[in-house]
Ligand binder design. Structure first.
Ligand code: UDP
Length: 316
């Protein structure tokens, strides 16, 4: 069945891959994005498809659309620490007013609404792996709070709309995701390290590099989101990520292996405030309820990401 689907934040890193996949399955996709951290370049190719409709729109303002909508994927929000910390009050507004607007639209259209929440709702976790019933360890007044608490309030809004209006909602908690189309200047570790290496710049390790993360390839993340949307009776919150936990130093080792010609020096910088020491999802729910688990090996995903940034370097 051809569906009409709205994707907020569709010109962002994960959003553009999601739009592409939804179009490939024959759907009609409306994409809105204020292009603050996403870019038109990410969706330029998709605009050639007659089923793709893009509007530059800030989700904080109510979005009017006369078409019938079957599903909304709500991704709009800057997601990398330097971006969401640039204007913390805006980040909070995007999460509260943006999610509220999207839910109102969902209520009026009578359609499913999926929120991409985040592993950041677990804060600096005191248990590992983090399962969905863990309430987290979030500093409400720290430098990451605008995003962490913003996403927490988004989740609360989703649940309250379900309780009050019986809307069909879905909540995905996305863990670190990487791949082609990441914003080069996003400030994230994968994009920073690769670009520092291919441009012969110093590699910036924050803290001692022993903090851990699990990196999930974008195609796997997108597959998990689509499965969640389409699995009846599964609402979440549900973790979408990878269980392969590595330190930042180990990530660097893998990248140095994949880019042997790299001559960059490593410099250690101060660990940013409230930077989680470890992060690893429990995927028990995703495996049992969605029959989903990631397929891409870290080496393969990183190689594709390196190819993308090399291509970008050579195309300017
Ligand atoms: N990080 C780093 N060097 C960088 C960018 C990030 O060592 O140039 C560290 C950062 O402090 C964090 C980890 O890598 O511990 C992942 O950072 P990222 O911003 O990619 O994601 P998040 O902190 O949101 O998980």
């Amino acid at each position: 069945m051809v569906k009409t689907i709205l994707v907020t934040g569709g010109a962002g890193f994960i959003g553009c891959h999601l739009c592409k996949e939804l179009l490939n399955s024959g759907n009609i996709v409306y994409c809105i994005d204020n292009l603050s951290s996403g870019s038109f370049e990410n969706i330029k190719e998709l605009t050639k498809n007659e089923n793709f409709h893009f509007s530059e729109h800030d989700v904080e303002d109510y979005y009017q659309i006369s078409e019938k909508i079957d599903e909304i994927y709500h991704l709009a929000c800057p997601a990398s620490p330097p971006f969401y910390q640039k204007d913390p009050i805006k980040t909070l507004d995007t999460n509260y007013f943006g999610t509220r607007n999207v839910l109102e639209l969902g209520r009026i259209k009578g359609c499913k609404v999926l929120l991409t929440s985040t592993s950041e709702v677990y804060g600096d976790p005191q248990i590992s792996p983090q399962s969905e019933n863990y309430w987290g360890n979030v500093n409400p007044i720290g430098v990451r709070s605008c995003y962490d608490e913003g996403k927490r309030i988004s989740e609360t809004l989703m649940i309250e709309y379900e309780r009050k209006y019986n809307i069909d909602i879905k909540i995905a908690r996305i863990f670190n995701t990487y791949g082609p189309q990441m914003n080069k200047d996003d400030g994230r570790v994968v994009s920073n390290f690769i670009n520092q290496m291919i441009y012969d710049k110093d590699i910036t390790v924050y803290g001692n590099g022993n903090q851990t993360r699990c990196f999930n390839y974008v195609d796997d993340t997108v597959e998990g989101l689509i499965l969640l949307m389409n699995t009846k009776g599964v609402r979440g919150p549900i973790n979408i990520g990878n269980e392969n936990e590595i330190t930042i130093n180990e990530l660097l080792d893998v990248l140095r292996y994949l880019i042997p010609e790299c001559k960059s020096d490593i410099i250690f910088k101060i660990l940013p405030g409230d930077d989680p020491k470890q992060r690893r999802p429990s995927l028990k729910m995703a495996k049992e309820l969605l029959m989903w688990k990631p397929k891409t090996e870290l080496h393969d995903g990183l190689s594709k990401t390196i190819d993308y940034f090399e291509w970008l370097k050579n195309s300017v």
